[in-house]
Design a protein around this ligand. Structure first.
Ligand code: PGA
Length: 303
């Protein structure tokens, strides 16, 4: 049955109005155009849908059946149109975000606040290190990426900063350097550092900083999570360098101490990033705007 939506729409109007003339007026068509659509529909169906008694038209049995389906199809189409409009309007979108492992300490708070505002969106969050984020950007498979300083070469990126990301040196409360003022970078050379894995933004920033300062650190264990670094430092395995965002709980419980070191903290920033020319979905656009304008206030910086 090769029936068009147009035929069904015309049929539905004629059936409801009980008149070709009134249906034509409603649809802003001429009466012959309406008759033509009904004739085509009847040919496709292979049955008469109306019968004329005197001046009035009535639905045949086939017409009544067809009226039922044409109404259902019209309702489904209206529903589809409404869902598409909602999608355009953020209400039911899907948001795919990838964040640095270090950013995960505040990203969940951002997402929680955002999803309270837009209750019907679906969120997907991937937490990975800087290298993983660069892969996401390369394959363009996330709506937005939250990361530290993005690379200036290679991919064409749009990156906007929204919050500071200070890197600090942490020690166990019993460490000899706790309480010292303005510890020199040279003095740090006598210490062992527990460091993040290669591919971590924290690690890259730390290495660049000490190379620029002409200081060579002795690095001990390498660990691929901030949690592991903090536990190792707390256990006395060395000093650590982490983002202050990872420390809320440990500072509050006095399980770790931030050392007062010259030229510290290393000041970095968090960026919201996507590929140049990417067509952001409406929900991604709204989320990006939210992060840029309210991100820093939404996240509480540990003291
Ligand atoms: P990361 O953090 O160390 O978890 O990769 C990203 C960054 O600071 O750039």
């Amino acid at each position: 049955m090769n029936v068009t939506f147009r035929q069904l729409k015309v049929f539905e109007a004629v059936a409801r109005q009980g008149s070709y003339t009134r249906a034509a007026e409603e649809l802003h068509l001429t009466q012959p155009a309406v008759s033509m659509q009904i004739k085509l529909l009847e040919e496709q169906v292979g049955l008469a849908l109306f019968e004329q008694v005197g001046k009035k038209i009535y639905l045949t049995e086939a017409g009544r059946e067809m009226h039922y389906y044409s109404r259902t199809i019209a309702q489904e189409l209206n529903e589809a149109e409404r869902v598409m409009e909602e999608l355009k309007g953020v209400q039911r979108g899907r948001l795919v975000i990838a964040v640095a492992s270090t950013a995960n300490y505040f990203a969940t708070r951002l997402l929680a606040t955002f999803s309270q505002r837009y209750k019907h969106i679906t969120l997907s969050l991937d937490v990975t290190n800087r290298e993983g984020l660069l892969r996401h950007l390369d394959s363009n498979d996330a709506d937005l990426v939250i990361m530290g300083q993005p690379p200036s070469q290679g991919l064409d990126l749009v990156a906007e900063p929204f919050m500071e990301n200070p890197l600090v040196i942490i020690a166990a409360p019993g460490h000899v350097l706790v309480g010292e003022k303005k510890i020199s970078l040279k003095r740090l050379q006598q210490e062992t550092f527990v460091v993040r894995e290669r591919g971590s933004g924290t690690r890259t920033a730390m290495e660049r900083f000490f190379t620029d300062q002409g200081v060579e650190l002795s690095t001990g264990m390498e660990m691929n999570s901030n949690e592991a670094i903090k536990q190792a430092v707390e256990a006395g395995l060395g000093l650590g360098i982490v983002s202050i965002h990872t420390l809320a709980l440990e500072l509050e419980l006095k399980r770790l101490v931030i050392l007062d070191v010259e030229a510290f903290p290393i000041l970095r920033h968090w960026y919201v990033v996507h590929r140049q020319g990417k067509r952001l979905s409406p929900v991604a656009q709204v989320f990006k705007e939210f992060v840029l304008t309210e991100g820093a206030q939404t996240v509480r910086m540990p003291r």
